[in-house]
Design a protein. Structure first.
Lengths: 1059, 383
């Protein structure tokens, strides 16, 4: 095939070098709660915790900021994990019965969690591998023995194998078969039955030679490993679930599948113990579910804790996820919203201590981690500084605010503290404190806002590795919802036995889907924000440090503008509560603007300096002056043929197609069956059954090959009126005067630009005079390719994006060049285009889809700082495509700089959730509960950087400082990281030394690299490929002149055809 | 074919930069000369011609005889340039009144005596059919063409579809499939993209250049190998205003026909070498304005607003109510409003009227398009 390329990029070595200093791709850290956790472990010496997941990921957490991540080669479920205490080593068991040893190690000047060894149990000796049922050798439990580096493996077949942990080799001769144990068991207990799988293995705290073995059938054995003999036997008859030693080894507690637990006394007599001293079914007398795990912890203050999971009455509370904490007479049934995976207590483990004295109970649930403070009366829960369940209500949108001023930060933090007072009191009591965070204090504060399905907006501290919850804003209080009463009734109806206590914040059930937050915008200088929701509600809120009671003014704007022939079939608007309402300190609503029809808000923007908020739905957009509380503008963007937009929520589009398909099928079916139809009642039933079968297996649909229609977008495509982006700028829309403007872009490639008449603020005064804001349509651009407009931004005379409101006036950012020469960058799903202002003539463009076949999903302008030079930075356009690739383009030259594959293209929700920061980082959801953080910048990287004091038995105690850059991803695609590692914004000294000679050239302004004549750029960016294009190039001067003639001829003054 | 002019060719001015021009209008001849290397602009040449013939007040069309003896039009800078540079050395120019020229066809063989019969036959035919007014070639729009025949393997075909201004849908579907490639290791099956369906009456079908089961190899010069069906779909849609697809036709029979040149059209993509492996070239009219078609740029429409404050003041009384419907959404609607609201001082009514007309005439601009069906597009609501 012939290919023509003009002036290939990348030939310039200087630019290549600069690119390396500016851009580098890393996936740095995962924020939030691991998806589908399956195992938990805690190292009481290092005070670090490990969580394993069903995808084979291992994550180790210590103090906030201390994180290690590893991923098993096989994506198998991690079923058990055990720390080798104090060694920074972790033994994991996967559900394929393979064991893996992980080490936190130092490696080539940097360190990470890496898999050292793996082991698969061989088939039972004496049988050949094929004939042995794999279940016989399936490992059920693992015990790391206190003495030496030995692990005991209990199996399904009842055998116990011993393993040398340092080498992961089997100690062949020590294998303990059930036959050996059975010899010491009285005949009447034996009665020819097997002991069943090993259910529990527990080591003795003081005497390392003793192991407590529990078999499924109920037999408990204390095995002396040194003497290779049975010390004692307890003849239990209930099917065993779990076991625990008492601290002083005087008692053993066992839990059983019938919901009972038993306490066995340890007498030294040789005869087998026949009966436990106590056996009780705590939630009896009706049948109960099994107690899966039980812990016994004694206290210095007397008494002991018994903590167990499960055991609930099968009929009435069998579906609850409960952990019961019993101490003396106090029983609390912790009622969780998701399945319990595992739990542990943080307590003293030094053998010389007399008591366990548990400080905290940590419970790992399917969807969150809950830690209870057991030393404070009432056992309050301790807020986690990380591992926050982001998805406690499903995330519906997210936004990032960079460089948050210290003042606003402090106000948000204090609002959050007032919200949950225990946050401060027990901040110090977080029990998992291992390791030290070596990362410097972040240079700037970053705020991540997530909007949720239940109408809340959560504020997260995204400055560092640990994503810390700061504040939660709820908008539901403003509206009347149906579900409130039923909820309170349900609470009251509950009995006081069992003594349930709701714990945890995971609550996926939304009161009303209309409350869902669709878009969020925050002005960080005025602490004003706008939250827009699913039912067309647009709320303007303001941060207040004191609780107030006030009424919220309500306005509604009809975006249909009396267009006829449309009826809204979607949901009703939310009805706001009237009258003064009490608002706690924090963001308090000031104005509610209701869009009509109440379709979901699709775009929103706020300009606090002008007191204006703009919002768009699938029907049009509006502009509201929230200072005067009056609407300024409403504009319908609907196309007359667009009937789907009127149908209601967007999901209807699919169902419409589906129902059409089904009705066609029905027609076809009735035609076929109509010929031999017998008029009886059976035929109808048969038809219905056939239809049902057809729905169940839609093979006829899949049989036809997938084909795609090739047709240009036309104006009447459905949902063409959806407003995709809104933007405020102080720029040149009319002749030579700059002034406030508002821009709106739609799904069908239309851009509307309005000139705004905002009365100027009196000098010195914050508020502008009480005069109406006026909006005049200045320009209307129809992009001929009609692709949805994703973003609009105005660039100043130097090609930099305009600063945010107040940034320039408060000297927080470099003032923009207002001398003219502004340009507007319009990013559609298919191409990027820069138009000059005020004429709106095309300057440069890049047709991404035409070249790469990918579509633009997210774009953002970001500043990339160089690692080599302190104060060199470039503003670039970062773009995420529907294939999950991230591209970076220069601005305003629109030349491709770098390209990385970031998200799997099948991961549609990940791509949809992506949000870029202003400094070249980004977040996307890798699961409903986890944000992956990535950075495109070579300098601005946020990743774990921590140390752990590890003592290795091999070479005595040795403190090692370890760094852990993240090499593999726990989820998503692993990516190879090749980069000069220089973090925290400090240029690497060695790199700097090497680069100094080149610096004078490379510190030229970014414009010098990008500046190009327009003809040149057009060629360069259209890498189109035919002979005609060559001719275009040769004749470009002339053809341009001709074109100009043409445009002058054809175009009346009010229409400009743009080449 | 090349007969007449070589005989009369003189070597007098062969190395000289001057081109001898013999211009004929009716029975009159005028002779003048032009600079071969700097012919100037068509506009100037036109003025010169009408001036020398003293026919400044009549609309005329200008044609010339090319080396093959075909009568070709001179109506823009490009073909004027071509005419002068190809003059060998004499440039024979024919002038006709425009109203008369309607029944005169430019094209191949129009000057050759051998084909005269055919031409007259054709003319007769045209006349008989109730005086069909066939306008000049530059009034036609091309709908499709085969390009790059000279550089492509014979088994491949590069087809250009001009969606520009055409009311027909492109009208084809693509699908995934497997194609067999010859590699050093023998035959290999590789995934490919194929045309799966033609919409009856669509542009793709009407050209006859694309067919079901043709394998798509390139889209606007970019190979589709390794790209997914969705990627190729997006690329084609993004290029749909000027789509160039390189296909490997399922039916290769037509390719072995090594027909001689059908005509000496002045197309860019044909040269003497190309004639040896020319594919059956659909009839393409090349004498359109080059920039109109050559540029793959689509022109975005920018409409200036009135830039006069809308009377918002009167709406202030109803702050929570709906606003006046000053903002109609259809383009034409808006313009009509502009017409109504406009102070006539700023723009002439004529120009707006012309724009309106153009909007109506050009289906691209019309907002009432025929049903295009539901297309896939990005999720309207993104998180």
């Amino acid at each position: 095939m012939m290919k023509f390329r003009f002036r290939r990029q990348g030939a310039d070595p200087q630019r290549e070098k600069l690119k390396q200093e500016l851009f580098a791709f890393h996936k740095t850290v995962e924020h939030g709660f691991p998806n589908q956790p399956s195992a938990l472990a805690f190292d009481p010496e290092l005070r670090i915790m490990a969580i394993g997941t069903r995808s084979g990921a291992v994550k180790i957490y210590g103090a906030p900021g201390v994180e290690f991540t590893g991923l098993h080669r096989d994506a198998a479920t991690v079923t058990q994990m055990h720390f080798l205490p104090g060694q920074g080593r972790l033994l994991t068991l996967l559900d394929d019965s393979s064991l893996h040893l992980w080490e936190i190690v130092h490696h080539n000047g940097c360190a990470h969690l890496e898999e050292a060894l793996s082991f698969q149990l061989p088939s039972r000796p004496g049988f050949d591998g094929a004939s042995t049922p794999s279940s016989l050798t399936r490992i059920t439990v693992v015990l790391l023995m206190a003495a030496g580096n030995t692990a005991a493996l209990g199996t399904e077949g009842g055998s116990i194998y011993f393993l040398d942990v340092t080498t992961l080799t089997l100690l062949e001769r020590q294998t303990l078969s059930p036959d050996e144990v059975l010899r010491s068991v009285p005949d009447d207990y034996r009665c020819g039955k097997a002991l069943g799988p090993v259910e529990s293995l527990q080591g003795h705290l003081r005497d390392p030679t003793k192991i407590l073995i529990g078999y499924s059938r109920g037999l408990l054995v204390i095995w002396n490993q040194a003497a290779q003999c049975v010390d004692h036997i307890f003849l239990g008859n209930q099917q065993l679930e779990s076991l625990c030693w008492g601290r002083n080894s005087g008692t053993i507690i066992s839990s059983h599948s019938d919901g009972s637990y038993a306490i066995w006394p340890m007498d030294t007599g040789g005869s087998p113990t026949l009966q436990p001293s106590i056996a009780t079914i705590p939630y009896g007398p009706f049948p109960c579910k099994a107690i899966n795990k039980i812990l016994w912890r004694n206290c210095e203050s007397g008494g002991h804790f018994i903590i167990f999971s499960g055991g609930m009455p099968r009929a009435s509370y069998g579906d609850r996820h409960c952990v019961s904490v019993l101490r003396a007479e106090t029983l609390v049934t912790l009622d969780f919203t998701s399945r319990i995976i595992d739990f542990f207590t943080v307590h003293s483990t030094r053998p010389e201590d007399e008591f366990d004295d548990p400080q905290a109970l940590a419970v790992l649930l399917e969807e969150e981690l809950v830690v209870l403070d057991l030393q404070t009366p009432g056992w309050p829960s301790v807020p986690a500084p990380y591992l926050a369940p982001l998805h406690s209500s499903a995330i519906t949108c997210s936004a990032h605010v960079a460089n948050v001023p210290a003042k606003l930060w402090a106000r948000i933090v204090s609002a959050g503290e007032q919200q949950s007072p225990q946050l401060i009191s027990s901040a110090s009591s977080w029990p998992i404190t291992g390791g030290r965070n070596l990362a410097q204090e972040p240079s700037q504060r970053g705020l991540l806002l997530t909007g949720h399905e239940d109408g809340t907006v959560r504020f997260w501290d995204a400055s560092g590795v640990a994503l810390r919850p700061l504040y939660k804003l709820s908008t539901a209080g403003l509206f009347q919802t149906d579900c409130e009463h039923t909820d309170s009734l349900g609470q009251a109806a509950e009995d006081d036995w069992p003594p349930f206590r709701k714990v945890g914040c995971f609550d996926p059930y939304s009161d009303d889907p209309r409350l869902g937050v669709q878009k969020v915008a925050l002005c960080k200088y005025t602490a004003q924000m706008v939250v827009a929701g699913t039912a067309g509600q647009v709320l303007v809120l303001e941060l207040s440090d004191v609780p107030t009671e006030q009424a919220v003014s309500v306005a509604s704007i009809d975006l249909l503008q009396d267009r006829e022939g449309f009826t809204w079939k979607g949901h009703e608007r939310l009805s706001p509560r009237t009258g003064p309402l009490p608002w706690p300190a924090g963001f308090q609503p000031r104005v509610l603007v209701q869009c009509l029809p109440p379709a979901a808000v699709t775009a929103v923007t706020l300009h606090a300096e002008w007191s204006l908020v703009a919002f768009g739905t699938s029907h049009g957009f509006g502009l509201f002056d929230y200072q005067r509380k009056s609407p300024v503008l409403a504009r319908c963007t609907l196309h007359p043929n667009d009937s789907l937009a009127m149908e209601g929520p967007l999901s209807r589009v699919k169902s419409l197609k589906k129902s059409l398909r089904q009705s066609f099928r029905r027609i076809r079916k009735s035609r076929v069956s109509g010929k031999k139809r017998v008029a009886n009642a059976n035929s109808k039933l048969q038809e219905a059954n056939a239809q049902l079968a057809e729905q169940a297996c839609p093979h006829d649909v899949e049989m036809t090959p997938v084909q795609r229609r090739i047709e240009p977008r036309s104006a009447d495509d459905s949902l063409s009126g959806v407003v995709r982006c809104l933007y405020f700028a102080d720029t040149f829309l009319r002749d030579a005067h700059h002034g406030p403007t508002m821009w709106a872009g739609t799904n069908s490639g239309s851009v509307f630009a309005y000139a705004l008449e905002v009365p100027a603020a009196v000098a010195g005064g914050e508020k502008r005079p009480e005069r109406a804001v006026e909006a005049v349509l200045g320009k209307e651009v129809q992009l001929m390719h009609r692709a949805p407009v994703v973003a609009i931004a105005v660039l100043d005379g130097r090609g930099r994006p305009l600063p945010e409101p107040y940034e320039a006036s408060r000297d927080l950012a470099q003032a923009p060049d207002m001398q003219g020469g502004h340009a507007v960058l319009i990013a559609s799903e298919e191409q990027f285009k820069v138009f000059t202002l005020p004429k709106v003539s095309a300057k440069t463009k890049f047709k991404l889809t035409a070249h790469e076949g990918c579509r633009v999903r997210k774009v953002a302008l970001a500043t990339f700082a160089s690692v080599a030079c302190e104060d060199y930075a470039e503003t670039c356009l970062a773009c995420l495509t529907n294939l999950g690739d991230v591209h970076v383009f220069s601005v305003p030259g629109l030349r491709p700089q770098v390209q990385y594959s970031c998200i799997r293209k099948e991961d549609i929700s990940g791509i949809a959730s992506c949000v870029f920061t202003r400094h070249g980082q980004g977040f996307y959801l890798i699961s409903p509960s986890e944000f992956e953080r990535f950075s495109l910048s070579a300098r601005n990287i946020t990743e774990p950087l921590c140390s752990l004091d590890i003592s290795w038995p091999r070479d005595a105690t040795r403190a090692r400082v370890q760094e852990s850059p993240k090499l593999s991803q726990a989820n998503g695609n692993p990516s190879i990281i090749l980069a000069p590692q220089s973090r925290d914004g400090s240029p690497d000294p060695t790199l700097k030394g090497a680069d100094t000679p080149e610096l004078p050239e490379s510190t030229l302004s970014p414009m010098s690299i990008d500046s190009a004549t327009s003809a040149d750029t057009t060629l360069d960016t259209t890498g189109d490929v035919t002979v005609e294009d060559v001719k275009d190039f040769l004749g470009s001067e002339e053809s341009e002149r001709n074109l100009r003639n043409l445009t002058e001829d054809e175009a009346p003054t009010c229409t400009i055809l743009i080449k | 074919m090349n007969r007449s002019f070589h005989k009369s060719q003189t070597l007098r001015f062969y190395d000289c930069s001057a081109v001898e021009v013999k211009s004929k209008f009716g029975a009159e001849f005028r002779r003048f000369s032009l600079n071969r290397h700097k012919p100037g602009k068509f506009e100037d040449f036109y003025q010169l011609v009408v001036h020398t013939h003293h026919i400044s007040n009549t609309e005329v069309t200008i044609g010339y005889a090319d080396v093959h003896g075909d009568l070709l039009p001179i109506n823009n800078d490009d073909n004027f340039c071509k005419a002068v540079s190809s003059a060998n050395p004499l440039l024979r120019v024919f002038i006709q009144k425009r109203e008369e020229a309607d029944h005169y066809s430019f094209g191949a063989g129009t000057l050759s005596r051998k084909k005269k019969v055919l031409v007259t036959l054709r003319e007769e035919g045209l006349r008989r059919r109730a005086h069909l007014d066939i306008s000049l070639p530059h009034d036609f729009r091309p709908v499709s063409s085969i390009i790059d025949v000279d550089i492509l393997p014979e088994t491949h075909r590069r087809v250009r579809l001009y969606r520009h201004g055409c009311e027909k849908p492109l009208g084809f579907y693509i699908r995934d499939g497997t194609s067999v490639r010859v590699t050093p290791h023998g035959l290999e099956k590789v995934p490919g993209i194929f045309i799966s369906r033609m919409v009856p009456g669509g542009l793709a079908e009407s050209t006859g250049l694309l067919a079901v089961n043709d394998e798509v190899l390139e889209v606007n010069g970019i190979e589709v190998a390794g790209k997914t069906l969705d990627q190729v779909t997006d690329m084609m849609i993004a290029n749909s205003h000027n789509l160039i697809v390189t296909v490997k036709p399922a039916n290769q029979r037509n390719n072995v026909v090594r027909s001689s040149r059908t005509s000496g059209s002045s197309g860019q993509s044909t040269d003497s070498a190309a004639s040896h492996h020319s594919l059956p070239v659909a009839h393409v009219l090349q004498n359109f304005h080059p920039d109109e078609m050559e540029s793959d740029e689509e022109a975005d429409i920018v409409i200036e607003g009135t830039l006069e404050p809308q009377s918002v003041s009167k709406m202030q009384g109803t702050p929570s109510g709906s606003l006046s419907r000053a903002n109609g959404s259809s383009l034409a609607h808006r313009l009509q409003r502009d017409l109504a609201l406009h102070n006539p001082g700023r723009e002439s009514h004529g120009s707006i009227h012309r724009l309106l007309c153009s909007l109506k005439a050009d289906p691209r601009h019309s907002l009432v398009l025929p049903q295009g069906g539901v297309e896939e597009h990005g999720p309207a609501v993104t998180l």
